[in-house]
Ligand binder design. Structure first.
Ligand code: UT7
Length: 335
């Protein structure tokens, strides 16, 4: 551990981690049998080779429940220890009730409040920030923050510009009160003028479901990829520079940088501009694709399992997505 200026965010740490991905693997080659695409195009433009797809009977809450149970078991916690359940998702089971309400019930977190958090693919970072605020203020002690997505249900499988990019999965952490404070600093941002670049247009109060909205494929994700690409490479850099400066930490002090997993070219461009060496940067999108709110916790679990993230390490996480939103978080890894 290097000499961080502690105390920007007092008294909160990540105390447990659990993840779940569906078993079904969908490869680029499989996609290219039904779509005008190829493994070569997808892998070279995005870094993605395969993704997981939920079973027909699995909704986001089912993936979230598995991840949450694993996090509780890993942290030696019972469901009744949880004060609040936050589910960050862009693919809730339904408009209401909140997916978090369903998850809290299924895991038996009967003492807990529950709400969903919608901040595009940045939802996990926003959830961490919200949980840290509750814990630091002394309002709650243990908060489950879950990123869970079944994006395969929101994709237009005839649209090669979007459907090849995403996958399903879930990751959960417990944010807990701590004497030291493992979480140092946050940055959350939003630019709603870019809302149209990444959206699921129909089904809400703006464009309620009609036969026409279904015929126009407006209940699926729509994205202007090049705009999101430009936005992402800019905001990741600015946001990370801000949280590092706030905590008086340099890029060289960071043991692991875990960015949202959308495109390897975005990750490499942002990491290069920030001055990271490749061994400081974690990515696993080759086998999961973009799992939106689940992407960062899925990376954390794999980094821990592979010995890339160890207790005492300085961890920088950064996300971006629909909104357009962005956010980053600097923490000492304490598991
Ligand atoms: O969580 C946040 C969400 N999203 C993102 O972060 C996405 C950010 N954007 C991106 O990652 C990239 O912009 C994409 C991967 C989406 C697209 O890559 P690109 O290098 O910007 O490609 P492009 O959109 O400029 O398309 C180049 C060509 C087009 O053909 P024409 O018009 O030049 O003939 C596309 O139609 O590639 C074509 N294309 C494909 N070809 C084969 C687009 N998708 C595919 C595909 N297979 N799957």
């Amino acid at each position: 551990m290097i000499g961080l200026r502690r105390g920007l965010v007092k008294g909160a740490r990540i105390a447990a981690l659990g993840v779940y991905v569906p078993e079904r693997v969908l490869t680029n080659d499989e996609l290219s049998r039904t779509l005008d695409t190829s493994d070569e195009w997808i892998a070279s433009r995005t870094g993605i080779r395969e993704r997981r797809i939920a079973r027909a009977d699995q909704a986001s809450s089912d993936l979230a429940v598995e991840a949450a149970r694993r996090a509780l078991a890993a942290g030696g916690l019972a469901a009744h220890d949880i004060d609040l359940v936050i589910v960050a998702t862009i693919t809730p089971d339904m408009f209401f009730p909140a997916t978090a309400s369903i998850v809290a019930d299924k895991i038996g977190a009967t003492r807990a409040g529950a709400f969903d958090l919608e901040a595009g693919c940045t939802g996990f970072i926003y959830g961490l920030a919200a949980a840290t605020a509750f814990v630091s203020a002394g309002i709650y002690h243990n908060i489950l923050v879950i990123g869970a997505e079944v994006l395969s249900r929101s994709l237009d499988w005839e649209d090669r510009r979007t459907c090849v990019l995403f996958g399903d999965g879930a990751g959960a952490v417990v944010v807990t009160a701590s004497d030291n404070g493992g979480i140092f600093s946050f940055d959350l941002g939003n630019d709603g003028s870019g809302a149209e670049h990444l959206s699921l247009p129909a089904g809400g109060s703006r464009l309620p479901a009609t036969h026409e909205t279904v015929d126009r494929h407006e209940h699926f994700m729509h994205m202007l990829g090049s705009e999101v690409y430009k936005f992402a490479t800019r905001v990741i850099v600015e946001s990370c520079e801000k949280v590092l400066a706030d905590a008086e930490v340099t890029v060289a002090d960071v043991d692991l940088f875990v960015p949202h997993q959308a495109n390897i070219r975005i990750i490499e461009a942002a990491a290069k501009r920030l001055g990271f060496k490749s061994d400081q940067v974690f990515h696993n999108l080759d086998h999961y694709g973009n799992t939106s709110c689940a992407s960062i916790p899925l990376c954390l679990a794999e980094a821990v399992a592979g010995g890339r993230l160890k207790k005492g390490d300085t961890l920088l996480m950064a996300g971006f997505g629909a909104g357009l939103t962005w956010g980053s978080c600097l923490t000492e890894w304490d598991l």
